[in-house]
Write a protein that binds this ligand. Structure first.
Ligand SMILES: Nc1ncnc2c1ncn2[C@@H]1O[C@H](COP(=O)(O)OP(=O)(O)OP(=O)(O)O)[C@@H](O)[C@H]1O
Ligand SMILES: [Mg+2]
Length: 92
């Protein structure tokens, strides 16, 4: 039986809004962000739709339009916040 990591999650964020996704360790924050940004490094089975301006978008388009910085163990002490963002956009 497959393990369900996140289930029945839906939401909408409008332009200009800021959203915080909060939850205890293991709640599924990273999994949700990976789904939303079309990252699936472990090739997990994903069902559902992610829309941008009401339109379905390809993983390539989502990757070109969005990024996020993962947890502290991926931070580099010698980079600024801006450099982290640029690095994530260019490399991931
Ligand atoms: N590939 C996987 N196979 C099995 N279980 C997984 C897998 N990836 C994540 N999980 C489990 O799914 C749950 C959610 O994990 P996730 O990493 O998304 O949580 P998180 O909210 O980001 O936690 P943290 O705050 O510690 O970063 C956890 O119970 C985790 O062990
Ligand atoms: Mg996490």
């Amino acid at each position: 039986m497959p393990k369900e990591i996140i289930k029945n999650v839906s939401g909408e964020v409008k332009s200009g809004q800021m959203l915080a996704i909060m939850g205890a360790s293991g709640a599924g924050k990273t999994t949700l962000l990976n789904v939303l940004t079309a990252r699936n490094p472990l090739k997990l089975r994903v069902k559902g739709v992610v829309l941008l301006n009401g339109q379905a978008v390809s993983a390539e388009t989502m990757a070109s339009l969005s990024s996020y910085i993962e947890q502290h163990d991926l931070f580099h002490p010698f980079l600024t916040v801006r450099e982290h963002l640029v690095f994530q956009v260019l490399v991931v």
